[in-house]
Design a protein around this ligand. Structure first.
Ligand code: ZN
Ligand code: FE
Ligand code: ZN
Ligand code: FE
Length: 271
């Protein structure tokens, strides 16, 4: 049973494909749960201050449109055995919580993925901004990132944390495996009752492995943290990308099921 709880559409301005095209592709690939998780609009002051940010998320004027478009597609997809879920990917760096809370009050979503893409105004996952890595030691950067990610988990705003070790995307890694950071993060998500995404996007990036690493996944499993599985597709051709690799990693860490969120409630799907 293939699930994909993290896909983007053209609305975020750095992905391609319409809701309809994603659904067609998901049906072709035998997906049973497809979760749209468009980038929730960023605050206007951030967009004004950061020229890159215009193409990081859908504009606020389109949030309601996005929600109604995905919702409208549910019934027809359902007749073909595909459950379509309306989600968003929210930037939960410290200080952005009130903005996210305000936007979430205006739409009824099935799920919220919480992400950290910004550290002190630097979008560290943008390939056009990798020069920012020169300002950090890998140790400090990873510590700061996992701090912020644990904070995001505790915000109570997200159902699942997306691409948990995204900080490795371009190959920046501490010299010693950061087991202590994994423990702290696993404890934070377990306490907060939040799930974590296994994202196959990392397989398509320089780090060339799943987010999270197998060590981090084992730490999550030890604390019984539920997992969901997403491709972070930015084009319809990436729907359910390498699903089998993610499911195998989950099973290898001891998981027997993954979760999807409908109306913000977790439902188990066997792996
Ligand atoms: Zn994106
Ligand atoms: Fe993301
Ligand atoms: Zn995403
Ligand atoms: Fe994304």
């Amino acid at each position: 049973m293939t699930i994909d709880t993290h896909v983007h559409t053209w609305r975020c301005r750095h992905a391609t494909g319409t809701v309809f095209e994603y659904i067609q592709e998901a049906r072709r690939r035998g997906v049973i749960f497809l979760g749209f998780a468009e980038h929730l609009p960023l605050p206007s002051d951030l967009v004004a201050a950061d020229p890159y940010a215009r193409s990081y998320a859908m504009p606020e004027s389109e949030l309601a449109l996005y929600a109604s478009e995905v919702s409208a597609a549910k019934e027809e997809a359902g007749r073909h055995g595909l459950v379509v879920l309306l989600g968003v990917e929210a930037d939960l760096h410290p200080g952005n919580e009130d903005h996210v809370r305000r936007l979430l009050a205006s739409v009824e979503v099935d799920f919220v993925l919480g992400s950290v893409h910004y550290l002190d105004g630097w979008a560290f996952d943008d390939p056009d901004r990798v020069d920012g890595y020169d300002r950090w030691s890998a140790e400090d950067l990873w510590e700061r990132y996992f701090d912020d990610l644990a904070h995001a988990a505790r915000s109570g705003l997200a159902d699942a944390i997306a691409h948990p070790d995204l900080i490795k995307k371009f190959g920046c890694r501490p010299k010693v495996p950061p087991d202590a950071l994994y423990e702290l993060f696993a404890e934070a998500v377990a306490d907060a009752g939040v799930a974590v995404e296994i994202s196959t996007a990392g397989l398509r990036k320089p780090c060339a492995e799943l987010y999270p690493s197998q060590d981090l996944l084992r730490a999550l499993r030890a604390r019984k943290v539920p997992v969901t599985i997403g491709s972070d597709a930015h084009s319809p051709s990436e729907v359910a990308y390498a699903y089998d690799a993610a499911a195998a990693a989950a099973r290898g860490a001891g998981y027997r099921s993954a979760v999807v969120f409908r109306n913000r409630l977790a439902e188990e799907v066997p792996l």
